[in-house]
Design a protein around this ligand. Structure first.
Ligand SMILES: Cc1cc2nc3c(=O)[nH]c(=O)nc-3n(C[C@H](O)[C@H](O)[C@H](O)COP(=O)(O)O)c2cc1C
Length: 330
Protein backbone atom coordinates (compact mmCIF):
# COMPACT_ATOMS: atom_id res chain seq x y z
CA UNK A 1 0.00 0.00 0.00
CA UNK A 2 2.72 2.44 1.10
CA UNK A 3 4.78 1.38 -1.91
CA UNK A 4 1.86 2.11 -4.23
CA UNK A 5 1.34 5.58 -2.73
CA UNK A 6 5.04 6.41 -3.02
CA UNK A 7 5.24 5.17 -6.60
CA UNK A 8 2.13 7.14 -7.60
CA UNK A 9 3.94 10.36 -6.57
CA UNK A 10 6.84 9.75 -8.93
CA UNK A 11 6.96 11.37 -12.36
CA UNK A 12 6.38 9.15 -15.41
CA UNK A 13 10.06 9.30 -16.57
CA UNK A 14 11.26 8.38 -13.05
CA UNK A 15 8.83 5.44 -12.94
CA UNK A 16 10.16 4.24 -16.30
CA UNK A 17 13.76 4.53 -15.06
CA UNK A 18 12.92 2.51 -11.93
CA UNK A 19 11.15 -0.17 -13.96
CA UNK A 20 14.22 -0.52 -16.17
CA UNK A 21 16.45 -0.92 -13.13
CA UNK A 22 14.15 -3.59 -11.69
CA UNK A 23 14.07 -5.40 -15.05
CA UNK A 24 17.85 -5.80 -14.97
CA UNK A 25 17.35 -8.03 -11.94
CA UNK A 26 14.11 -9.69 -13.06
CA UNK A 27 15.25 -10.72 -16.53
CA UNK A 28 17.18 -13.77 -15.33
CA UNK A 29 14.39 -15.32 -13.19
CA UNK A 30 11.96 -14.69 -16.07
CA UNK A 31 14.19 -16.59 -18.50
CA UNK A 32 14.65 -19.32 -15.90
CA UNK A 33 10.85 -19.68 -15.72
CA UNK A 34 10.69 -20.25 -19.50
CA UNK A 35 13.75 -22.51 -19.54
CA UNK A 36 12.50 -24.71 -16.69
CA UNK A 37 9.18 -25.25 -18.38
CA UNK A 38 10.83 -26.00 -21.72
CA UNK A 39 13.17 -28.53 -20.09
CA UNK A 40 10.39 -30.34 -18.23
CA UNK A 41 7.90 -30.29 -21.13
CA UNK A 42 9.98 -30.96 -24.23
CA UNK A 43 11.99 -34.12 -24.82
CA UNK A 44 15.20 -32.11 -25.31
CA UNK A 45 16.56 -33.28 -21.95
CA UNK A 46 14.24 -36.13 -20.96
CA UNK A 47 12.92 -39.23 -22.66
CA UNK A 48 9.80 -39.18 -24.82
CA UNK A 49 7.91 -41.06 -22.14
CA UNK A 50 4.33 -40.00 -22.72
CA UNK A 51 1.83 -39.96 -25.56
CA UNK A 52 2.39 -36.38 -26.74
CA UNK A 53 6.18 -36.57 -26.66
CA UNK A 54 6.29 -39.92 -28.44
CA UNK A 55 3.73 -38.72 -31.01
CA UNK A 56 6.01 -35.75 -31.69
CA UNK A 57 8.92 -38.07 -32.51
CA UNK A 58 6.76 -40.27 -34.76
CA UNK A 59 5.28 -37.25 -36.54
CA UNK A 60 8.69 -35.68 -37.06
CA UNK A 61 9.99 -38.90 -38.60
CA UNK A 62 7.03 -39.86 -40.78
CA UNK A 63 7.07 -36.31 -42.06
CA UNK A 64 10.75 -36.69 -43.00
CA UNK A 65 9.62 -39.60 -45.15
CA UNK A 66 6.72 -37.62 -46.65
CA UNK A 67 8.82 -34.60 -47.47
CA UNK A 68 11.65 -36.76 -48.82
CA UNK A 69 9.17 -38.21 -51.30
CA UNK A 70 7.93 -34.71 -52.16
CA UNK A 71 11.37 -33.69 -53.46
CA UNK A 72 11.92 -33.36 -57.21
CA UNK A 73 14.12 -36.49 -57.34
CA UNK A 74 13.96 -38.62 -54.17
CA UNK A 75 16.87 -41.03 -53.71
CA UNK A 76 15.77 -44.68 -53.49
CA UNK A 77 16.37 -46.05 -49.98
CA UNK A 78 16.73 -42.61 -48.38
CA UNK A 79 16.25 -42.13 -44.63
CA UNK A 80 17.37 -45.51 -43.23
CA UNK A 81 17.89 -44.08 -39.71
CA UNK A 82 14.46 -42.51 -39.79
CA UNK A 83 12.86 -45.82 -40.77
CA UNK A 84 14.72 -47.62 -38.00
CA UNK A 85 13.43 -45.15 -35.41
CA UNK A 86 9.87 -45.40 -36.71
CA UNK A 87 9.99 -49.19 -36.52
CA UNK A 88 10.78 -48.84 -32.81
CA UNK A 89 8.55 -45.88 -31.92
CA UNK A 90 5.34 -46.91 -33.72
CA UNK A 91 5.04 -50.33 -32.01
CA UNK A 92 6.05 -48.74 -28.69
CA UNK A 93 3.30 -46.13 -29.10
CA UNK A 94 0.65 -48.60 -30.27
CA UNK A 95 1.42 -50.95 -27.38
CA UNK A 96 1.05 -48.14 -24.84
CA UNK A 97 -1.77 -46.05 -26.31
CA UNK A 98 -3.30 -48.09 -29.16
CA UNK A 99 -3.29 -47.30 -32.88
CA UNK A 100 -4.62 -43.83 -33.67
CA UNK A 101 -4.43 -41.09 -36.30
CA UNK A 102 -0.71 -40.51 -35.64
CA UNK A 103 0.30 -44.12 -36.24
CA UNK A 104 -2.17 -44.57 -39.10
CA UNK A 105 -0.71 -41.60 -40.97
CA UNK A 106 2.81 -42.86 -40.24
CA UNK A 107 1.95 -46.33 -41.60
CA UNK A 108 0.40 -44.80 -44.72
CA UNK A 109 3.53 -42.72 -45.35
CA UNK A 110 5.70 -45.81 -44.85
CA UNK A 111 3.55 -47.80 -47.28
CA UNK A 112 4.06 -45.22 -50.01
CA UNK A 113 7.78 -45.14 -49.20
CA UNK A 114 7.93 -48.94 -49.48
CA UNK A 115 6.20 -48.86 -52.90
CA UNK A 116 8.54 -46.11 -54.11
CA UNK A 117 11.61 -48.08 -53.02
CA UNK A 118 10.36 -51.33 -54.51
CA UNK A 119 9.73 -49.58 -57.83
CA UNK A 120 13.36 -48.47 -57.67
CA UNK A 121 14.75 -51.90 -56.79
CA UNK A 122 15.35 -51.29 -53.05
CA UNK A 123 13.90 -53.79 -50.57
CA UNK A 124 13.78 -53.32 -46.79
CA UNK A 125 12.75 -56.65 -45.25
CA UNK A 126 12.27 -55.21 -41.74
CA UNK A 127 9.89 -52.60 -43.12
CA UNK A 128 8.07 -55.24 -45.19
CA UNK A 129 7.59 -57.40 -42.08
CA UNK A 130 6.39 -54.42 -40.06
CA UNK A 131 3.85 -53.28 -42.64
CA UNK A 132 2.51 -56.77 -43.30
CA UNK A 133 1.27 -56.79 -39.67
CA UNK A 134 -1.35 -54.15 -40.37
CA UNK A 135 -2.37 -52.97 -43.85
CA UNK A 136 -2.32 -49.24 -44.65
CA UNK A 137 -5.72 -47.56 -44.73
CA UNK A 138 -5.28 -45.53 -47.91
CA UNK A 139 -6.08 -42.47 -45.83
CA UNK A 140 -3.87 -39.41 -45.33
CA UNK A 141 -0.10 -39.68 -45.09
CA UNK A 142 2.46 -39.78 -47.88
CA UNK A 143 2.22 -37.42 -50.84
CA UNK A 144 -0.44 -36.09 -53.20
CA UNK A 145 0.00 -34.51 -56.61
CA UNK A 146 -1.69 -31.19 -57.40
CA UNK A 147 -1.99 -29.28 -60.63
CA UNK A 148 -0.99 -25.61 -60.53
CA UNK A 149 -4.71 -24.89 -60.83
CA UNK A 150 -5.39 -26.89 -57.67
CA UNK A 151 -2.50 -25.22 -55.86
CA UNK A 152 -3.85 -21.71 -56.53
CA UNK A 153 -7.63 -22.11 -56.85
CA UNK A 154 -8.51 -18.40 -56.66
CA UNK A 155 -8.53 -15.35 -58.88
CA UNK A 156 -5.74 -12.76 -58.53
CA UNK A 157 -8.18 -10.02 -57.41
CA UNK A 158 -9.80 -12.11 -54.72
CA UNK A 159 -6.52 -13.22 -53.22
CA UNK A 160 -4.97 -9.75 -53.16
CA UNK A 161 -8.01 -8.05 -51.70
CA UNK A 162 -8.35 -10.79 -49.08
CA UNK A 163 -4.77 -10.37 -47.85
CA UNK A 164 -4.86 -6.56 -48.02
CA UNK A 165 -8.20 -6.19 -46.24
CA UNK A 166 -7.32 -7.87 -42.94
CA UNK A 167 -7.30 -5.20 -40.23
CA UNK A 168 -7.42 -5.26 -36.45
CA UNK A 169 -11.03 -4.60 -35.49
CA UNK A 170 -12.01 -3.13 -32.12
CA UNK A 171 -15.70 -2.31 -32.64
CA UNK A 172 -18.05 -5.23 -32.23
CA UNK A 173 -21.78 -5.79 -31.89
CA UNK A 174 -21.45 -7.98 -28.80
CA UNK A 175 -23.09 -10.93 -30.57
CA UNK A 176 -21.71 -14.33 -29.53
CA UNK A 177 -19.80 -16.33 -32.15
CA UNK A 178 -21.54 -19.73 -32.25
CA UNK A 179 -19.55 -22.85 -31.38
CA UNK A 180 -19.71 -24.26 -34.92
CA UNK A 181 -18.28 -21.04 -36.41
CA UNK A 182 -15.45 -21.15 -33.87
CA UNK A 183 -14.78 -24.76 -34.81
CA UNK A 184 -14.73 -23.87 -38.50
CA UNK A 185 -12.27 -21.01 -37.86
CA UNK A 186 -9.93 -23.24 -35.86
CA UNK A 187 -10.16 -26.02 -38.47
CA UNK A 188 -9.15 -23.50 -41.15
CA UNK A 189 -6.35 -22.15 -38.94
CA UNK A 190 -4.97 -25.67 -38.73
CA UNK A 191 -3.72 -25.20 -42.31
CA UNK A 192 -0.88 -23.21 -40.67
CA UNK A 193 2.55 -24.71 -41.31
CA UNK A 194 4.40 -26.09 -38.28
CA UNK A 195 7.84 -27.49 -37.65
CA UNK A 196 7.92 -31.05 -39.12
CA UNK A 197 4.12 -30.95 -39.08
CA UNK A 198 4.19 -31.43 -35.31
CA UNK A 199 1.27 -29.01 -34.85
CA UNK A 200 2.11 -27.82 -31.37
CA UNK A 201 -0.51 -25.04 -31.39
CA UNK A 202 -3.54 -25.39 -29.13
CA UNK A 203 -6.53 -23.11 -28.76
CA UNK A 204 -8.43 -22.41 -25.57
CA UNK A 205 -11.60 -20.52 -26.34
CA UNK A 206 -14.49 -18.87 -24.50
CA UNK A 207 -17.70 -17.52 -26.00
CA UNK A 208 -19.76 -17.16 -22.84
CA UNK A 209 -19.64 -13.72 -21.27
CA UNK A 210 -18.42 -14.76 -17.81
CA UNK A 211 -15.74 -17.05 -19.28
CA UNK A 212 -14.57 -14.36 -21.70
CA UNK A 213 -14.33 -11.84 -18.86
CA UNK A 214 -12.38 -14.31 -16.76
CA UNK A 215 -9.75 -14.60 -19.51
CA UNK A 216 -9.79 -10.92 -20.50
CA UNK A 217 -9.10 -9.68 -16.99
CA UNK A 218 -5.56 -11.07 -17.34
CA UNK A 219 -4.96 -9.05 -20.53
CA UNK A 220 -4.45 -5.31 -20.57
CA UNK A 221 -4.92 -4.50 -24.27
CA UNK A 222 -8.67 -5.11 -24.57
CA UNK A 223 -9.82 -2.13 -22.54
CA UNK A 224 -12.72 -0.33 -24.22
CA UNK A 225 -13.78 -3.19 -26.50
CA UNK A 226 -13.32 -6.51 -24.65
CA UNK A 227 -16.90 -6.39 -23.37
CA UNK A 228 -18.28 -6.47 -26.95
CA UNK A 229 -16.26 -9.43 -28.20
CA UNK A 230 -18.05 -12.54 -29.44
CA UNK A 231 -15.25 -14.95 -28.49
CA UNK A 232 -11.86 -14.89 -26.81
CA UNK A 233 -9.10 -17.25 -27.92
CA UNK A 234 -5.95 -18.12 -25.99
CA UNK A 235 -3.39 -19.56 -28.38
CA UNK A 236 -0.77 -21.77 -26.80
CA UNK A 237 1.91 -24.17 -27.98
CA UNK A 238 2.38 -27.58 -26.40
CA UNK A 239 6.10 -27.78 -25.66
CA UNK A 240 5.96 -31.58 -25.57
CA UNK A 241 6.07 -31.30 -29.38
CA UNK A 242 9.68 -30.10 -29.24
CA UNK A 243 12.66 -32.38 -29.11
CA UNK A 244 15.92 -30.41 -29.20
CA UNK A 245 17.57 -27.48 -27.43
CA UNK A 246 17.51 -25.60 -30.71
CA UNK A 247 13.72 -25.63 -30.47
CA UNK A 248 13.67 -23.68 -27.20
CA UNK A 249 11.86 -20.76 -28.88
CA UNK A 250 9.87 -22.84 -31.36
CA UNK A 251 6.68 -22.50 -29.31
CA UNK A 252 6.57 -18.79 -30.13
CA UNK A 253 7.33 -19.37 -33.79
CA UNK A 254 4.75 -22.10 -34.38
CA UNK A 255 2.23 -20.54 -32.00
CA UNK A 256 2.65 -17.14 -33.67
CA UNK A 257 2.21 -18.61 -37.15
CA UNK A 258 -0.92 -20.40 -35.96
CA UNK A 259 -2.29 -17.22 -34.39
CA UNK A 260 -1.88 -15.39 -37.70
CA UNK A 261 -3.53 -18.27 -39.51
CA UNK A 262 -6.46 -18.01 -37.09
CA UNK A 263 -6.70 -14.26 -37.70
CA UNK A 264 -6.85 -14.88 -41.47
CA UNK A 265 -9.37 -17.69 -41.02
CA UNK A 266 -11.64 -15.43 -38.99
CA UNK A 267 -11.27 -12.78 -41.68
CA UNK A 268 -12.31 -15.33 -44.32
CA UNK A 269 -15.47 -15.97 -42.27
CA UNK A 270 -16.13 -12.20 -42.20
CA UNK A 271 -15.44 -11.94 -38.50
CA UNK A 272 -13.40 -9.10 -37.04
CA UNK A 273 -10.37 -9.98 -34.93
CA UNK A 274 -7.70 -8.32 -32.86
CA UNK A 275 -4.62 -9.99 -31.40
CA UNK A 276 -4.34 -9.40 -27.66
CA UNK A 277 -0.74 -9.45 -26.52
CA UNK A 278 0.60 -11.86 -23.94
CA UNK A 279 3.77 -9.91 -23.17
CA UNK A 280 3.67 -10.63 -19.47
CA UNK A 281 6.17 -11.41 -16.72
CA UNK A 282 6.44 -14.95 -15.36
CA UNK A 283 4.39 -14.34 -12.22
CA UNK A 284 1.44 -13.00 -14.26
CA UNK A 285 1.67 -15.94 -16.68
CA UNK A 286 1.61 -18.33 -13.72
CA UNK A 287 -1.44 -16.68 -12.16
CA UNK A 288 -3.42 -16.65 -15.43
CA UNK A 289 -2.48 -20.23 -16.24
CA UNK A 290 -3.77 -21.39 -12.84
CA UNK A 291 -7.03 -19.42 -13.13
CA UNK A 292 -7.76 -20.60 -16.69
CA UNK A 293 -6.68 -24.22 -16.13
CA UNK A 294 -3.96 -24.14 -18.80
CA UNK A 295 -1.36 -26.75 -17.91
CA UNK A 296 2.37 -26.26 -17.56
CA UNK A 297 3.24 -27.94 -20.86
CA UNK A 298 1.56 -25.08 -22.72
CA UNK A 299 3.38 -21.85 -23.52
CA UNK A 300 0.80 -19.09 -23.83
CA UNK A 301 1.62 -17.24 -27.05
CA UNK A 302 -1.11 -14.65 -27.45
CA UNK A 303 -4.78 -14.02 -26.91
CA UNK A 304 -7.05 -13.04 -29.76
CA UNK A 305 -10.42 -11.34 -29.51
CA UNK A 306 -13.00 -11.82 -32.25
CA UNK A 307 -16.55 -10.87 -33.01
CA UNK A 308 -19.05 -9.46 -35.46
CA UNK A 309 -17.96 -5.95 -36.48
CA UNK A 310 -20.45 -3.08 -36.28
CA UNK A 311 -21.75 -1.88 -39.65
CA UNK A 312 -19.32 1.04 -40.05
CA UNK A 313 -16.08 0.29 -38.26
CA UNK A 314 -13.44 2.87 -37.42
CA UNK A 315 -10.05 1.22 -37.39
CA UNK A 316 -6.56 2.43 -36.52
CA UNK A 317 -4.70 3.10 -39.76
CA UNK A 318 -1.49 1.49 -38.50
CA UNK A 319 0.62 2.74 -41.42
CA UNK A 320 3.38 0.42 -42.61
CA UNK A 321 7.09 1.13 -42.82
CA UNK A 322 8.69 1.95 -46.14
CA UNK A 323 9.46 -1.26 -48.02
CA UNK A 324 13.18 -0.47 -48.22
CA UNK A 325 13.46 -0.45 -44.42
CA UNK A 326 11.93 -3.93 -44.25
CA UNK A 327 13.25 -5.67 -47.33
CA UNK A 328 17.01 -6.28 -47.50
CA UNK A 329 18.52 -8.05 -50.48
CA UNK A 330 21.24 -10.57 -49.67
C1 LIG B 1 1.12 -10.18 -30.94
C2 LIG B 1 0.21 -8.98 -31.07
C3 LIG B 1 -0.38 -8.46 -29.94
C4 LIG B 1 -1.27 -7.39 -30.05
N1 LIG B 1 -1.90 -6.95 -28.92
C5 LIG B 1 -2.86 -6.01 -29.02
C6 LIG B 1 -3.61 -5.63 -27.86
O1 LIG B 1 -3.38 -6.12 -26.77
N2 LIG B 1 -4.59 -4.71 -28.02
C7 LIG B 1 -4.88 -4.15 -29.24
O2 LIG B 1 -5.79 -3.33 -29.30
N3 LIG B 1 -4.17 -4.49 -30.35
C8 LIG B 1 -3.19 -5.41 -30.28
N4 LIG B 1 -2.50 -5.81 -31.40
C9 LIG B 1 -2.87 -5.26 -32.71
C10 LIG B 1 -1.82 -4.33 -33.30
O3 LIG B 1 -1.91 -3.08 -32.71
C11 LIG B 1 -2.04 -4.26 -34.82
O4 LIG B 1 -1.90 -5.55 -35.36
C12 LIG B 1 -1.07 -3.33 -35.55
O5 LIG B 1 -1.22 -2.01 -35.16
C13 LIG B 1 -1.28 -3.41 -37.07
O6 LIG B 1 -2.59 -3.06 -37.41
P1 LIG B 1 -3.55 -4.04 -38.24
O7 LIG B 1 -3.63 -5.32 -37.48
O8 LIG B 1 -4.88 -3.36 -38.31
O9 LIG B 1 -2.96 -4.24 -39.58
C14 LIG B 1 -1.56 -6.82 -31.32
C15 LIG B 1 -0.93 -7.35 -32.44
C16 LIG B 1 -0.07 -8.41 -32.32
C17 LIG B 1 0.56 -8.99 -33.57
Amino acid sequence: MLKRVLVSRLSAPTKLKMRRLANRVLIVPNYVYDARRFMSSSSAARSADDRERLAAHITMDYHRIEKGMALPAPRAGFGQDVIERLLVHIPQYEAAYGADATTEVARNALTEYQAFNRANGVVNTKLDAFLSGRPATNGEGGTVELTREQLFPFSDDQALSFVRSRRSVRQFTGETIPNEVIEEAVRLAQRAPSVCNRQAARVYVANQRDRMDQALKFQNGNRGFGDRLGAVFVITADMRAFTTLGERNQAWVDGGIFAMSLAMSLHSLKLGACMLNWSVPARHDKRARAALGIDDNQAIITMLGAGYPVEDVRIAESPRRQLDSVLHWL
